[in-house]
Design a protein around this ligand. Structure first.
Ligand SMILES: Nc1ncnc2c1ncn2[C@@H]1O[C@H](COP(=O)(O)OP(=O)(O)OP(=O)(O)O)[C@@H](O)[C@H]1O
Ligand SMILES: [Mg+2]
Length: 325
């Protein structure tokens, strides 16, 4: 890692997590504050917001950092397999169990266990997990003796667990045990001030040479809704770097899906955005339409006024307001 990059990350990040928005700075403080504790943490946030990064930062900053950090994705295993992966099994406990095997809870002993997509955990396993959280013990599949472990549980989900509880798919008592410290990761569209920094971060990662971003391109990146959050931004930068050699990235280098989504008015900034400002937004919309109309009328103002269904006086007044000729 270059010196520049180290400095850059020291000022605007934690571990590999980049962010300078007030929301991310608050999150970094929270991570620091709870890294030393053994309390269970539940990380909630949309897909691609960085939940896995946060979970590993929690482990790396904790006194458990020299012990194992074990992860499992609860959505990728069928029920029976998930149980034996997590808790281990005894020889002969099911077809194919030719020898006894320790589970991930034993591997994680002394360290941290990250349970990703916890909302997908089957009910039958939820009670077994609850027991580990309550007294640190469990039994292997087919086992008769209790095994005791000391593991910090970090879990993550992008679903609304409260709804899962109401639907009878998630145990309320387990939720409270997992959610001792809740962490909510805000979607990227609510922390747009992180976008330039993330672009810079990924440009440095993917590009062999330094690259800049034109003003117009930045404007588009800032106004795109980023439904896939940081993951989507990461992939877009990777693609742009791969397909274009230019030193300064302009809208021409940007994929159509981004250009098209920004242009449509259906993607106005979210009201939760920290930089939300109705006055400015309305001015921007007005100005955009004035310009569009002028473009269509090839600069003929009376024509442009007609397109917008405005009187000529009103149209001229608005042009003056924005310093347009
Ligand atoms: N703040 C950030 N700074 C740098 N990289 C980030 C940041 N947030 C996310 N990333 C990167 O974005 C990608 C997605 O992050 P991650 O896998 O942690 O998301 P997630 O919340 O677990 O998503 P999912 O719910 O889909 O599993 C990763 O490559 C990660 O390194
Ligand atoms: Mg994830």
């Amino acid at each position: 890692m270059s010196l520049l990059r180290e400095k850059f990350q020291a000022s605007f990040g934690l571990e590999n997590i980049v962010g300078k928005s007030a929301k991310m700075q608050e999150l970094f403080k929270l991570i620091h504050r709870i890294a030393n504790s053994n309390s269970a943490v539940l990380i909630n946030g949309e897909s691609g917001t960085g939940k896995e990064l946060i979970a590993s930062a929690l482990h790396n900053l904790s006194p458990r950092r020299n012990k194992n950090y074990v992860t499992i994705n609860c959505a990728t295993f069928p029920e029976g397999l998930l149980e034996s992966e997590m808790f281990g099994h005894m020889k002969g406990s099911f077809t194919g169990a030719v020898c006894s095997k320790s589970g991930l809870f034993e591997v994680a002993n002394g360290g941290s266990f990250f349970l990703d997509e916890i909302g997908e955990m089957p009910l039958s396993l939820q009670s077994k997990l609850l027991r580990v959280l309550e007294n640190g013990t469990f039994r292997r599949v087919g086992g008769t003796t209790d095994i005791k472990v000391d593991v910090r549980i970090i879990s993550a989900t992008n679903m609304n667990i409260t709804e899962a509880i109401a639907a009878g798919n998630f145990r309320e008592d387990l939720y409270y045990r997992l959610n001792v410290v809740p962490i909510t990761v805000p979607p990227l569209r609510e922390r747009t001030s992180d976008i330039p920094l993330l672009l810079e971060h990924f440009l440095m990662r993917f590009s062999k040479k330094p690259r800049g971003i034109s003003h117009e391109a930045m404007e588009i990146f800032m106004n795109y809704p980023w439904k896939g959050n940081v993951r989507e931004l990461e992939h877009i930068v990777e693609r742009i770097v791969l397909l274009s050699d230019r030193e300064v990235i302009t809208p021409e280098d940007m994929p159509d899906e981004i250009l098209q989504n920004v242009r449509s008015l259906g993607n106005l900034p979210d009201i939760n955005d920290e930089t939300f400002d109705l006055e400015k937004l309305l001015e921007k919309i007005e100005k955009d339409y004035l310009m569009k109309a002028l473009e269509r009328s090839q600069g003929v103002k009376t024509e442009a006024a007609k397109i917008l269904n405005l009187s000529f006086r009103s149209f001229r007044h608005r042009l003056q307001k924005y310093g347009l000729k």
